[in-house]
Design a protein around this ligand. Structure first.
Ligand code: NAD
Length: 424
């Protein structure tokens, strides 16, 4: 048995949750205690405390982390988050989940994550830039195209990545576009990265539909969270697969129309007014109601912890595709499985984003850029293959897709550790 017994760790700690998940799958596939312990331990962690000159001339010390969870399958990959609630345990958990996500879609990466404890809304652009550059400089000994490749996450964006790329390149003395992904296209970003998460989600929905007994063409879809991931998924399901988008929502509330909404018109309305709410001809609904709307497919694309023990028995959809990270609580998972609602878990359903990040890195390091068609064709092939593999494990083991995805991922990482052997 492992000495990292999950039961002694507080349940609210995300890293404790991440380790419990490893234990559950390790029991299922009979992993040896040694490999289990390797999988439950972050390989490398760096915490940095560094000063930044503020606009008023004062200095402020910030704390940042970078955790490289496991690199048995390749360089590590994962976003950088700016948030006042960042903790080392949260970064560890997110880095573990990135490890599994990369393994589910079988791209040659391990998982990492980084973060700075900061409320970025309280900084000027100049302060943000100086903080980002200093953090990039502090973690530069452990990042790089062959070691660890950061990307945007909560409250970081393409501009943040441009600053990190420039800082790292200044230290090297030459441009290193492959050190980060999610860059502006003019600096080596990839075509199609912006819509990759929603597009990948739409592909796995299409693949799962026949197994669930629903038709996407003419079928109905509800999308919670009409942001990057959700609005793109809605547009692709509507435009390319002929689905009727009957309900969408954002922080201000939701809208419903039984005959279907045009997601492009809804987007234009949101751009004009700041919300989907008030879209002409649609009925106003709450975010809670959106989750329970009568639709074939539900796409949670907003926040974590949306489908809970309280509302899981009211979900009307037959297929739930998690564009968001962590929208379904474990107790809800159980209820959905018993009710035969199929869930496409986040590590699969939103892995289109990291997949095209991998394509961005691959293009950067070979200095040869692909067309949008090429990117989308390759993305489709990764998503279709990954869905098929997860589905096969779920069928063979009689488990739900989330467990199946974890089985596939943890098995792949464990195999890589075993094959490489323990050094020395
Ligand atoms: P975003 O900020 O572009 O969009 C989020 C949307 O959710 C916004 O429309 C917001 O109004 C809405 N929202 C927020 N709180 C809500 C609530 N309580 N109820 C309903 N709507 C609410 O963010 P995004 O990039 O689309 O990310 C959404 C989710 O997808 C997150 O969980 C993120 O981790 C996940 N994700 C995104 C990517 C990506 O490439 N963008 C990749 C992987 C996972």
């Amino acid at each position: 048995m492992s000495d990292h017994t999950a039961a002694t760790e507080p349940a609210a700690n995300p890293f404790a949750t991440a380790r419990q998940q490893i234990d559950i799958v390790a029991d299922l596939i009979g992993l040896s205690p040694g490999i289990r312990d390797v999988l439950k331990s972050p390989k490398r962690e760096l915490t940095v405390n560094f000063p930044v000159r503020m606009d008023d001339g004062s200095y402020r010390v910030f704390t940042g982390h970078r955790v490289q969870y496991n690199m048995a399958r390749g360089p590590t990959k994962g976003g950088i988050r700016y948030h006042p609630g960042v903790t080392l345990d949260e970064v560890r958990a997110l880095a573990a989940w990135m490890t599994w996500k990369c393994a589910v879609v079988n791209i040659p990466y391990g998982g990492a994550k980084g973060g700075i404890v900061v409320d970025p809304k309280k900084l000027s652009v100049g302060e943000l830039e100086r903080m980002t550059r200093r953090y990039a400089s502090e973690i530069s000994p452990i990042i790089g195209p062959e070691m660890d490749i950061p990307a945007p996450d909560v409250y970081t964006d393409a501009q943040t990545m441009a600053w990190i790329m420039d800082t790292y390149s200044m230290q090297k003395g030459y441009s290193v576009p492959g050190v980060v992904t999610g860059k502006p296209i003019s600096l080596g970003g990839s075509e199609g990265r912006g819509e990759a998460t929603g597009r990948g989600c739409a592909y796995v929905i299409r693949e799962a539909a026949p197994h669930v007994g629903i038709k996407i063409h003419g079928g109905t879809v509800a999308v919670q969270g009409f942001g990057n991931a959700g609005s793109v998924a809605a547009k692709i399901l509507h435009d390319e697969q002929g689905a009727k988008i009957v309900a969408v929502s954002d922080t201000k509330g939701g809208i419903y129309h039984a005959d279907g909404l045009n997601p492009h018109a809804v987007e234009a309305h949101k751009q004009k007014t700041g919300s989907v709410v008030g879209f002409p001809g649609a009925k106003a609904i709450s975010n809670a109601e959106l989750l329970e709307v009568k639709a074939d497919v539900l796409v949670p694309a907003a926040l974590e912890n949306q489908i809970t023990g309280k509302n899981a028995d009211k979900i009307a959809a037959k297929l739930v595709a998690e564009a968001a990270n962590g929208p379904t609580l474990p107790e809800a998972d159980k209820i959905l499985f018993e009710r035969k609602v199929t869930v496409l878990p986040d590590v699969l359903a939103n892995a289109g984003g990291v997949t095209v990040s991998y394509f961005e890195w691959a293009q950067d390091i070979q200095g040869f850029y692909w067309s949008l068609e090429e990117v989308n064709r390759r993305l489709e092939s990764v998503m279709v293959r990954s869905y098929k593999e997860v589905h096969e494990v779920a069928e063979a083991r009689h488990v739900h897709n989330r467990t199946a995805a974890y089985v596939l991922a943890i098995q792949r990482v464990a195999d890589a550790i075993r094959l490489r052997g323990i050094y020395p």
